[in-house]
Design a protein around this ligand. Structure first.
Ligand code: NAI
Ligand code: MG
Length: 351
């Protein structure tokens, strides 16, 4: 298969972790005779330095032509002065809007090696394999806001179209997994949540093979820590999803392990590790590249339909964590290149 992949390494450790993911994608391409064409562009702080804009026109245009976009991270102390007119994070928000992505996928699998580092008891983490689907375009982050001396407001508004499209994504994804969707809302209090729940019930009628369950967000916050292995696909609105996905990241033991995907209506997607630019360790060759490598696996699965290639990468990462070569954030000594080499070796030994 031929694919046009845009790389946006960005700032801090972004270039280091993205290079690792590209090495793995090149190995997959060679092995399966795919033709992946990579084009690199600037986003975030480095783009501001070079062009004055966090999302330069050339970057935007390239992403709109791509089959998929792999991003590193944006931001850092150099660009964090609130007085600076252009902010690195704006590049990411503008890119998401340009690509029309509305579903943010965050899979959380817990490898036994990493479970030992989680504050949650290892026996509760056995078998955890979650897929969060967070709505990315609506709710209180994008509603009307007001401010006067004595009060402030953030409107939470959702349309049926916005709710339905992200729920359908969640149900479609559950079909390829264990066939369970947990829809998270606050329907005992909020009108947007009542609309969310009614829509979930209506959409579920089209998926008789998928089991739908509802949870209230406050209760879900507890269940995520007490019974995390009981859940499969979890779908929720923007603010609830922001909070719950950070909570779920704790289960996995380290930020450095977790990938994400942002998808719209078509196949094109934006893939990035969930960690930031980690300025404290940037340029030292010690960043854990696994979150970025697993993001490349999601890219193969969701944008290119290469499920078995995606699985190969995930199995190779598991094999590396099974062995004793661990990155620093998991208590080992291995650097970015050591881990990348170990994943490539595990890939070469598979089959
Ligand atoms: P961060 O995720 O960059 O770092 C938090 C801590 O985790 C740091 O101690 C860091 O060294 C460590 N860490 C993160 N990724 C790691 C990896 N792959 N391997 C080993 N250790 C890792 O979050 P922080 O410090 O809050 O933000 C730093 C900068 O990144 C800020 O400018 C922030 O705005 C930006 N940021 C960007 C994001 C993005 O591009 N999507 C997301 C989150 C933050
Ligand atoms: Mg967050």
């Amino acid at each position: 298969m031929k694919a046009n992949l845009v790389l946006l390494p960005g700032d801090g450790i972004g270039p280091e972790t993205t290079a690792a993911a590209v090495a793995v994608l090149r190995a997959i391409a060679t092995r399966h005779a795919h033709d992946f064409v990579f084009t690199e562009h600037a986003i975030g702080g480095c783009a501001i330095d070079a062009t004055g804009a966090a999302l330069p026109a050339a970057t935007r245009a390239a992403c709109l032509q791509a089959d998929a976009v792999l991003l590193g991270a944006v931001g850092g102390p150099k660009w964090s002065d609130p007085a600076t007119p252009a902010r690195p994070e704006q590049g990411l928000l503008q890119l998401r809007a340009a690509l029309g992505v509305f579903a943010n996928l965050r899979p959380v699998r817990v490898h036994p090696r990493a479970a030992a580092l989680s504050p949650i008891k290892p026996e509760r983490l056995a078998g955890v394999d979650l897929l969060f689907v967070r709505e990315l375009t609506g709710g209180s982050y994008f509603g009307a806001r007001t401010r006067d001396a004595a009060s402030a407001s953030d409107e939470c508004r959702y349309t049926v179209v916005e709710i339905e499209r992200v729920l359908r994504r969640a149900f479609d994804l559950a079909r390829g997994r264990r066939g369970r969707v947990t829809s998270i809302d606050k329907a005992n209090v909020l009108e947007t949540s009542r609309l969310w729940r009614e829509t979930a019930v209506r959409v579920a009628a089209d998926y008789p093979d998928v089991v739908l369950e509802h949870q209230l967000v406050d209760s879900m916050a507890m269940l995520l820590l007490t019974r995390p292995a009981d859940y499969d696909v979890l779908v929720t609105e923007n603010l609830f999803g922001d909070i719950l996905t950070d909570e779920a990241a704790v289960l996995a033991g380290s930020l450095g392990l977790l990938p994400s995907a942002s998808l719209g209506d078509g196949r094109r997607g934006l893939y990035e590790p969930i960690h930031g630019s980690a300025p404290d360790i940037a340029g030292r060759g010690v960043a854990n590249p696994i979150g970025s490598i697993l993001s490349a696996a999601l890219l193969l699965r969701h944008s290119l339909g290469l499920e078995s290639e995606a699985r190969e990468i995930e199995v190779a990462v598991d094999a590396v964590l099974d062995a004793n070569e661990l990155p620093r954030d998991l208590g080992g000594q291995a650097g970015t290149q050591d881990i990348t080499a170990a994943v490539l070796a595990a890939l070469a030994h598979s089959h």
